[in-house]
Structure formats: C-alpha cells, structure tokens
Design a protein around this ligand. Sequence first.
Ligand SMILES: [Zn+2]
Length: 288
Amino acid sequence: MKCLNCDSEKFETKNIRFNPEIKGEEVEVIVPSYVCTECQTPLMDSEQMNLLRRRAADKYRKKHHLLTSEAIINYRASLGMSQAAFANYLKVGEASIKRWETYYVQDVVQNDHIRLKCDEAYAELNALEVHWKSHSSDIYSGNRSFCLELFKQAVRYLIGFTKSPLFLNKALFYSDFKHFQLHGVSITGARYVHLEYGPCPDQFQNIYKLFLSNGVLISAGHHALKSTTKPDLSVFSDSEKEVLELIAQLSGKDGGKKLLKASHEEQAFKKTEPLQLISYHLSKDLKI
Ligand SMILES: [Zn+2]
C-alpha cells in the first residue's frame, strides 16, 4: 500500500471524521481509516470503505426514522431466513436485501413494506387502522368514528377500578352505551360484539395486545392488567367524564362483578346473537 500523495508506505490506523452525501444530504460519521504517517492523507481499504458507507447510510436512516441495516438484519434473523428466502418473502431481488443490510438506503415505501412483513405489532396496528377506516360512524359505533386515543384513556382510567380485561370490557360497554343513551353519541366510537362473556369491544384482544406491546398497559399477574401512567382525562368532555366516573364508581365496589352480571341481562345482550355487533339503539333499555 502506497500513499497517493507522497508515495510513503508507512500507515497507521486513526479514527477520521468524514462528511459523505447520502441522497443529496450531508451526514457526519467517524470511522477508522489508514493514514499516511508522513503526510496524514487517509487511504481506506475495502473493509473500511464498506464500514464508512454503512455507517453513513445508518446515520441518514436514523435521522429519517428508517430501519437501520442492523434492524433489517435482526428482522431477517428473527424469521430465521437466509437472504434469498428473505428476498422471496418480501418479493424483492436478493441484491436489494444485500444492499439494505449494508449501505443502500431503502425508500419510505420499502421501509413500510419491510415493517409490515416483519414486525408483528406494526402489522396488527396497520390491520386495526384498516379495520377502523373501513367502518365509518354509524349506529354500531354510537354515531362517532372510533378514536384510539379516547379509547386508550378510557382504558387507562377504568382498568384502575376493574383490573382484568373481562370486567374492563363491561365497564367500557356501559360507559359508551350510557353516554349514548343520555347524549346520542358514544364516548370512544368503539363497536361492541356479543361474546360468550358479555358485550366486548370489537377487536379488544388485538387492541390490548397493542397496548401491552407499546407500554400503555402492563401485566399485573393473574389475568390482571394495569396502566403504566395516570389517564389523561383532559381528552374527555364534562358529560363524558361524568359517565366514566359513574361507571368507575359502580365498578369500584366489587371490581366490576355486578356490571358483568348486569350486562348479561341487558337487551343489548339478550336481543343480539353470538358474534353479532350490538346496535347502540339498544341502549335505551339500559338497567343502570
Ligand atoms: Zn503520504
């Protein structure tokens, strides 16, 4: 190896700051490089060059909230796939995988595609979004479209009184249906399904799984869940807060056992078939 500047053959390794351009944007990285001991001119071998390209690409990816090369490699590893199998799974060429795992920055659409195919929680959230978007507000959502934020805060509040999803589901049902009975609109826009254990929010298992995976809820032993932080009640109107407080008070005495029992006696339950969506019209006969 000879210095391109002074022909010297003496080199040492130093960490050098570089400012390469990625997609027209300058990024700054520090990587090890050979440096001529005579004139300090850097000279990289192919391994150092690859490290520079990969670090620069990852710097850009982090800044733009894209998966890093390491994240992509980890996805593939968690699926136990070779690069060829992974390419086949993502319906892209094997060369794309090799590049994404190193220096070639995937675009936003490719990034989303990789996450949808590799990140279970992300795929589930996406499916939920499609599900909610494909149902507009109607009598099954209590005349408003579903709002995940309101649902989340209602869950955070009511889980403090009910502990388990079984009782929480009833408390949510009563909150939404009671508010509809009084004001003609539900609180969260959730749709409720007639299940064996009473009226339950549509997709509740996926939603709670999502809440567990993104740290809204944590397991508190034997079928119990708890909220990781206090609920933000400022997202609710006064009438919504009044109803939530009423239901919390009714749940608080026995963790929701009475509500569970009562929910099986409701017209909303008796007049619907298993797995059927429950119309908010049936709130007019609520027993509480
Ligand atoms: Zn030199």
